[in-house]
Design a protein. Sequence first.
Length: 465
Amino acid sequence: MFETTRRKVLGASMIGAGGILNTFGCRATAAGLSQKGNIMLDRIQNLPQGMIEAAQFPLIEAIHGRRSRRFARGASIPDGPLSYTSKQAPAPLGDLEQMLLLTTVAGNTGWSNLIPHNRFYSPNIPNYAGAAGGRSFPSSAGFHTSEIFFTDDNGVYFLPTRDMGAVAAPDGETDMNAYLDAHRSRIVKLADGRLNIPRVPQHMEMHNEWCANVPGSMLIIPVADLAQHMLLVLCYLVQNGACIYDDVNGRPVPGIDRFKALVDTENPFPLSYVEQLGLTEVTVETSTACYAGALMLQALGLGGWMYEGINPFSVLGASGDPEVPGLGFRFDMLEGRPLPHVTGLEGVFEGHCPPHFQTMRAAVESVVARKFGPGGPFNAGTGGPYKKTETIRSSAAPIGEEFVDCVTTMAQYIFDTFGRFPATVPAIFSLMYLQAHQLDTGFYDTHFGPGAYLRTHAAHQQNWG
């Protein structure tokens, strides 16, 4: 029995496309799925077999079966040992496939559990988090400062979920139909047609020229508000009695001595180190979001991969080429700086820095309002997972005027000194992308031995129609 199960889980290519089996050898049904686990599927009309398969796809199979499968329907490698031209036309993802993938990358998955204890805060709880909702990927201290954009043949879109309230039912069961609808309703279309990314070295790594952002594909683009993240990092430092000094210019932040009762001014952290830490944190955040989506590709039977081989300035809209507007983010060329300073997409995703905020104090106050205002993690009126949610949320350590003054002093100094915020890292950051497309299995059958793709890929057309 164990050997049979092992072959089914690890030897995906040994399972025929016509027999979609779970790890116990039982054929899955919509009714059966609705009676076990926490996901209710039976309310989805015309439920495709692919959805049933995805809901029961083993995690270990997704991990071991994850590969970068770049050859989409309609693709061509014109020469070389792996030359092949697809005999199939490009084909888009279906709506259900798109929504399953988008919500896997950055869906709201319920309420965050917050950080429950720090003995220096007692009897309060730490007030680090920026959002009350949990998402499909982790974020440092629950800051959640990133959002996702995406593009397909039909247009360019924005899906905001970082401040989305939980959509899971109180008993823990998720009505998948309601869950997907709640996310679908949040999608904002920004432009018609696929995002234009020219296939030349200025905009794209040439090893991706033949396969990136191709017709039929969906390209998911996480973007982090690193300016807001750095304000939350400064808040975190002050929340734990620390501050920064300007190691770039070799001097303390003027006026920081006024806050000796709040922070340790004798042992500050170097500014450049703190900003490198923040950049690393959002890199992890956006990359794990893409990795979650990469695992879902295996369950859905889609091709694709996560990668960074597209110029982020071209994607954001800061390449300087008017024919490549990208996502349309604002950028400025600052004196003495060779790279664009991207700050935000007005009215859609604005970085927490000027010119989108008149002063750094206004940006700091916005961060505090996000924590304690309506819908925030430390607002008594926000829902939650606790039996006494109102009591828990209202027990977070408060943030007073002196705290805001201290964070503002550091943030405004950075902006005034360097002409930008943050000083040494981008205000808006994008690096990792996830692409999904219909896989052309003919390429793999021609050039690879058995096992180049999973049973879900082999049965994709049959399972999804």
